[in-house]
Ligand binder design. Structure first.
Ligand SMILES: [Zn+2]
Ligand SMILES: [Zn+2]
Length: 332
């Protein structure tokens, strides 16, 4: 990419004038972190900068690392740049990074969504010259139903499974998606949780997020008819077999594609995503007022051509963020 404010290095996206990287994938001295998902907040950096809301999860995942925090909307000087963090709406604490250097403004979106999930500070468009946008779901087929409608579908499915004497188990990423379901299905509390989800949920509850009580699964056989949340990887494991008869589902934007649901071996797919859908991506990009857009993370080829046809100066940024389809380590 043309290097003025940010450029791509083997460690990741670097700001030369500020002497820092954003969500670097190899160890660096100073990392600005958009959010706590494993492909964005990696171990081994000398120092981390994130929002106060993202810090507890970073500590939980990375241990005793040096973390500084910066509140949404407050600018700080780093080297010869001004840096500020703005709500990305992706998961609680997630941020877009605004970098201003010699009059040029770049914004790195991190992962983002425009839907208000009721837990996460909603996405705020930030005016800039150059916008680095994820495009995980950058195809027109990806449009999300309203969250309330999906929660109603889940309730009906849970009831049906219970009536059949089965235990309903939903695969949901342990940071973000799981808490969204726990909050959105408060009437089903206490929802049963796999240990990985219980741990993240406890961290987020302790920082003050309004999360109804949950109950870690200790005796799988005793859960008949109660909703269980597990990380996607647990669904293909011996853990699931201990429940007896189960009904399985996945909660992900990928569930918009029937073939992926079949490949994942779940009976039911609920279309709920922590990423922007096609209308969301287009609305977010337009709202920045940016003339230049770098796309990353997803259907970059198609999306870049689409943006170019809309009059943007559009480029692909080859980052090493996880392919969401490798769902074990990433959310959808
Ligand atoms: Zn993410
Ligand atoms: Zn990501």
């Amino acid at each position: 990419m043309r290097a003025d404010v940010l450029s791509l290095t083997p460690q990741g996206l670097r700001c030369e004038a500020g002497g820092f990287h954003i969500d670097p994938w190899r160890p660096v001295a100073r990392a600005v972190i958009t959010h706590g998902h494993a492909d964005h907040a990696r171990p081994g950096h000398g120092a981390y900068l994130c929002t106060p809301e993202a810090a507890p999860v970073l500590r939980h995942r990375l241990g005793d690392v040096r973390i500084e925090t910066l509140e949404y909307g407050l600018a700080t000087g780093i080297g010869a740049t001004r840096v500020s963090l703005h709500p990305a709406g992706h998961v609680p604490g997630s941020a877009q990074v605004r970098v201003e250097s010699q009059g040029a403004v770049w914004v790195v979106s991190g992962d983002y969504k425009l839907q208000d999930d009721g837990l996460t500070a909603p996405f705020e468009p930030v005016r800039c010259d150059t916008f680095v946008s994820e495009c995980t779901f950058g195809l027109p087929v990806f449009t999300w139903p309203a969250q309330q409608a999906v929660m109603a579908e889940i309730r009906a499915w849970v009831e049906a499974a219970a009536a059949e004497g089965r235990t309903p188990v939903i695969a949901a990423y342990s940071l973000g998606k799981a808490q969204r379901l726990i909050a959105g299905l408060a009437d089903l509390a206490p929802i049963r949780t796999h240990g990985a989800i219980e741990a993240t949920t406890a961290v987020m509850r302790a920082q003050g997020l309004p999360l109804p009580p949950t109950e870690p699964v200790t005796d799988p056989k005793a859960q008949r008819g109660r909703l269980v949340l597990a990380p996607p990887a647990a669904l293909g494991s011996g853990w699931l077999r201990r429940f007896g008869p189960v009904a399985t589902a996945s909660a992900s934007g990928w569930m918009r594609l029937r073939g992926i649901r079949r490949r994942r071996g779940v009976e039911r797919g609920f279309v709920i995503s922590d990423h922007a859908d096609w209308p969301g991506l287009n609305a977010a990009i337009a709202a920045t007022g940016a003339g230049t857009v770098f796309v990353t993370h997803g259907y970059t080829g198609v999306f870049r051509r689409w943006l170019e046809a809309q009059g943007y100066d559009a480029h692909i940024l080859a980052t090493e963020f996880a392919d969401d389809d490798a769902e074990e380590e990433h959310d959808g």
